[in-house]
Design a protein around this ligand. Structure first.
Ligand code: GLN
Length: 474
């Protein structure tokens, strides 16, 4: 599939049409969706109509936007008015939101065509897309393996050439880890850079929306479109979207890159080897490599598994069978709430709600939730110190290449460890990007991770572009 930027350029010039590009995308979905279970919903006629409207605007000579006619897949926790949205859960099956997320509006303004909703771990809780109530998604590169998660459907859509772009959400790694496992570029933007209005909340102090793409420039173009202040999200940063695409080829000359031991400790040897090779590539491009240790990174996972479930237990209280979604009738309201939640939520979501409720309960609050917040502050300080010594940090995205379907479902702790390198960024509110670099076992892709302080996206894209070139990609 051609890059999103090539498609947009050709749609604007009239060399192709949005309708034609959408037809190509829909044909690719028809060919493999039954096998891979990527999309939970595609409105073929609606997508073609929306594409034709873009073409009409081109014909009228209007400036259609940076993503003119580009088909884009949305993770199924992003609301689009009138389009079924489940967050991968039975409890929302059949729900059609009466409003659209801010990112959806921005995509439309830029000429992109949102055309379907992708499978995900239930309420974004998971690392493999296996906790979805609608069955697992398979990795298009090897159908016996997981695509990662929780945005596994959005990653697979791009990896299977069904769409050139997609959006996911990243609370603890859910964009970067599936990007790594599917050989894509995936970005967790700075907390507050992208509006979350219309994103179904998981853990509100951590959630961010971000792009998946096949290459760095496409990811930068997409983030530029969706970023920027939104009065509808109280955590939105007050500034306009940063300029990203124009910095993609800035390089890394003179930059200090911190090679952080704790960001690849315990990863498979083949992953460690690629991280080291990435450090060499950055050095060859003029960066200075500084070896760093940030021991607080090891505390990230435990703090996350108190903070994220605590916030989730509160956010998910709204699914009570009263106003929308599933309702299982019973004799009184309390019994109806219980029956609805028992039937509507899957095992992982119930585990998180119980963990979170426990961490917040009277008598345990200080020992668990309060303690986790203190650890979070320590981690934030540790990153701040690291960024005095380095402009950006380098490590692994995931400890291994894509693992087998079913391999970790019986052991939640093993599953949680998939995100040990990605979670610290979310706790710090910083930015990070995963970029494909080399391959490992079974010829599956490996992703390396570049991390930077808040608002450092332009520099991260430039470094990712250096790695993309060094790895012989576009
Ligand atoms: N895998 C992590 C979890 O299960 C992160 C998920 C995410 O980023 N949404 O919580």
């Amino acid at each position: 599939m051609r890059s999103a930027l090539d498609i947009a350029r050709d749609v604007r010039s009239g060399a192709t049409t949005a309708e034609n590009e959408m037809a190509t995308s829909l044909a690719a979905i028809r060919a493999r969706n039954d096998e891979l279970n990527v999309f939970l919903f595609v409105d073929e006629e609606g997508a073609l109509d929306a594409a034709r409207r873009v073409d009409e605007r081109v014909t009228r000579g209007e400036d259609v936007g940076a993503l003119a006619g580009v088909p884009i897949a949305l993770k199924d926790n992003l609301c689009q008015s009138g389009v079924p949205t489940t967050a991968g859960s039975k409890i929302l099956k059949g729900w059609r939101p009466p409003y659209s997320a801010t990112v959806v509006g921005r995509l439309l303004d830029a000429g992109a065509v949102p055309m379907g909703k992708t499978n995900m771990d239930e309420f974004a809780m998971g690392s493999s897309t296996e906790t979805s109530a609608f069955g697992p998604t398979r990795n298009p590169l090897n159908v016996e393996r997981v695509p990662g998660g929780s945005s596994g459907g959005s990653a697979s859509a791009v990896a299977a050439d069904m769409t050139p772009l997609s959006l996911g959400s990243d609370t603890g790694g859910s964009i970067r880890q599936p990007a790594a496992l599917c050989g894509l570029v995936g970005v967790k933007p700075t907390y507050g850079l992208v509006s979350r209005y219309g994103l179904i909340a998981f853990a509100s102090s951590l959630d961010q929306i971000g792009p998946f793409a096949k290459n760095v420039a496409d990811a930068a173009a997409l983030l530029e479109v969706i970023a920027g202040h939104d009065p509808m999200d109280s955590t939105s940063l007050p500034e306009l979207a940063p300029s990203l695409l124009s910095h993609v080829n800035d390089g890394v000359a003179g930059k200090r890159v911190g090679l952080v031991r704790e960001l690849f400790d315990g990863a498979a040897d083949e992953v460690v080897a690629e991280v080291e090779r990435a450090a060499e590539a950055l050095r060859d491009a003029g960066a200075t490599i500084v070896e760093l240790s940030v021991p607080e990174i090891h505390l990230g996972l435990s703090a996350y598994y108190l903070i994220a479930p605590a916030e989730a237990s509160s956010n998910l209280a709204r699914y009570d069978g009263v106003r929308y979604g599933l309702r299982v009738d019973a004799d009184d309201v309390a019994a109806m709430n219980e029956a609805t939640r028992t039937a509507g939520f899957g095992a992982e979501v119930k585990r998180r709600i119980m963990l979170g409720t426990y961490a917040l309960s009277a008598g345990y609050y200080d020992a668990y939730y309060g303690q986790a917040l203190k650890v979070r502050t320590q981690l934030i300080d540790a990153f701040r110190r690291a960024y005095l010594e380095a402009d950006l940090l380098l490590g692994a995205t995931a400890p291994t290449v894509a693992f087998a379907i079913g391999e970790k479902t019986a052991d939640p702790m093993a599953m949680y460890l998939s995100d040990v390198f990605t979670i610290p960024t979310n706790l710090a509110g910083d930015a990070a990007i995963s970029v494909p670099f080399g391959t490992g076992e079974a010829d599956l892709p490996i992703g390396v991770q570049l991390l930077g302080p808040g608002r450092s996206e332009a520099g991260l894209f430039a470094a990712a572009r250096v790695l993309e070139l060094a790895d012989g990609r576009s």
